[in-house]
Design a protein around this ligand. Sequence first.
Ligand SMILES: [Mg+2]
Length: 418
Amino acid sequence: MARRILHLDIDAFLATVEQLRDPVLLGKPVAVGTGVVASRSYEAKARGVQTAMPLHEALRRCPELVVREGDSRLAERYRQAVAGVVRQFSPVVEICSLDDFYADLTGVPLRIAQALDDPTRADSERSLVALCRQLRARVRAETGLSIAQGIGSTRTVARLATTKAKPGGICEVPPGAELDFLAGFAVEQVPGIGPRTVELLHQVGVATVRELWALDRELLRQSFGARGEEIWRRCRGLDDTPVRSTPLLRSICRETSFEPRCDAGSQPRDFLRAMLAYLLDRAASELRQQQLRARTVQVRLHHVDGVGQERSRSLAAATDRTDVLMAAAAALLDELLARRVLVRLVGVTLSSLAAEGARQGRLFDDGGAARRRLFAAVDAVRQRHGFGAVVLGAASELLGQLPHGRHGFRLRTPSLTK
Ligand SMILES: [Mg+2]
C-alpha cells in the first residue's frame, strides 16, 4: 500500500497565540519577536511584514504593528493541544518543530470507511481530503488556530505540498504524481538542502528540482556524502524515512506555593520534603497514566526574598517508579536547602520522557518488578477511590497539616502540567 503522509503547519503560530490570548489583537497586525520578527499575523504580512525581518524595518513598513515578546509556555500548551487533535486521527504523530507535525495516514481512510460503513456517504467524504477538513475544523474548534496541510507519499512531498496550501488550505499529491509535483520547486525549498549546498548547486547551474535530476547520483554522493544520496532520493520522491511517534508531553510538572513556615525560627525541612514527596507522587502518577517514563528530575524553590533556585539530575535510565524519582528529588532538595532563607513555593518537573516500550537499560533492571507492581496497585486503588485514598511515604507528614480528602491534599495554588 502506498504511504500517505500528512504534514501540517500552524499558520502564523506565535502571532496567532498572542491574538487568542488578547482578543483585542484579533484582526490587527501583530508580530512576535525580539530584534527580528519570529512570527507575524496575516494582517501584518499584508502590510509587508515578513518573518526574519528586523523589527525596526517591520515597524517602518507598518507603524501600527503590535510587537509582543511571546509566551513560550502558552505556545507549548497550544502546540500540545494541536498534537492531541492530530492524535485523534492517526496513531503515529511526530512533532517536528515549533509549529509543524507529521502524521502517518496510511490505511486511515480505509478504517474510517469501515467504521462509518454508511452507504449514503459519498466516496469523497471518505477521502483523505475529507479527513483533513475534519481535522482542520477540530483544530479550529479546540484551539482557535488555523492550519495548512499537505498529503503525499513521502515526508518531502507532504511538506512541500503544505507550502502550496498556506494559509488554511489542503493540498494532496496523488500517488504517481510526485515527480511532476516536485519538478518546479527551487532546490532551496527542499527540506535538508541547506544554504551551502544551494550555493554549490547554483554554481553548477542547478536551481530547480528538475535540473537536479540531471545530476548523477554518484556525483551527488561524492560531493555531499550521505546527504547527497538523501537529496537525490528526496528530489525523486523516493525518501522512505518513516514518521516517528513523539510522546505527547515533553514534561510533567507540579508545583504549589504556601505560607512560609518558620516555627521555632527555622524552616522545617520535613514539611518541604513532605510537600515535594506529594507533588512528585502526583507527577509520577500522571507519568504512569500517560505510559511514559522520565529520565530527568528537576526541583525548584522560590524563597520569600524573591530568589528562585532550581536543580536537576538525570538518572542512568528512564523510570516511572515513584521511589526512584523521589530519591533523586530528595537529594536535589537537600542541595537547594543550603540557602537558609524561608521557602514559599516548591515545584518538581519530570522530563526527558520516553514511551514505555522504548525503555533503556532493561538488562540492568534493578529488580524493581515488585515495586512496579506495587505502584500499579496504588494507581488502581486511586482510580477507583480517588487520589487521596493512598498517601505515600514522606507525604504522610502533611496529614493533619493540610486539609485532605478524596482527591488528595488541598493545596493553595495547585499547578498542573503546562
Ligand atoms: Mg507555521
